[in-house]
Design a protein around this ligand. Sequence first.
Ligand SMILES: CC(C)(COP(=O)(O)OP(=O)(O)OC[C@H]1O[C@@H](n2cnc3c(N)ncnc32)[C@H](O)[C@@H]1OP(=O)(O)O)[C@@H](O)C(=O)NCCC(=O)NCCS
Length: 178
Amino acid sequence: MDIKTTGPALPPRTVSESQSEMTELILPNDTNTLGNLLGGRLMNFIDLVGAMAAFRHARSHVVTASMEHIDFIAPVHVGDLLILKSSINRAFRTSMEVGVKVWVENTLAGIHRHVASAYLTFVAIDPQGRRVPVPPLDLQGDEENRRYEDAGRRREIREAEARRRRIPKFDPATPIRP
Ligand SMILES: CC(C)(COP(=O)(O)OP(=O)(O)OC[C@H]1O[C@@H](n2cnc3c(N)ncnc32)[C@H](O)[C@@H]1OP(=O)(O)O)[C@@H](O)C(=O)NCCC(=O)NCCS
């Protein structure tokens, strides 16, 4: 895929400039036959809140390249409030790793509990689908530095795993046969 690299170097953005949050009331349509939130529905919410942070950081269109390492720690029930928060851990060249943390609020008891965490990578693209560079991160404080370093380690591991599994590169010109 082409990369559009024209233009001046992008000014850095802080993590807080793109941090995003969303709250969802869990309804019967989101749940399984026991009234528990479906894992796929939770992944959909995670993808959306992750994309919000990536959009705000890149200020361009973004696509989800990967969603990895999701921990489903506790079930979520119909009638609960789901609270999702996302922030950019690291900006690479055209991609960004976003961390998402999810809590559930029991609406009757008012109790909050951590239910899931995930890391996603989004790639910035222009309206023609060409990858575009993303601004670097202006890191503030030890916690943001730790997340930045951890994201670099996860990328190294993911790339080594992709080489081992020989995951093919995306080529829009190559016809696909099932
Ligand atoms: C993601 C996508 C744009 C990558 O395109 P590509 O031509 O293979 O690009 P490259 O391999 O050169 O990688 C481009 C960037 O994406 C990153 N990347 C590519 N595949 C990745 C993956 N599976 N996980 C994390 N990052 C990935 C690379 O590390 C690179 O980052 P950098 O520019 O910051 O260094 C392409 O695979 C795509 O369009 N996928 C479909 C996306 C989509 O439709 N998502 C919605 C779900 S269906």
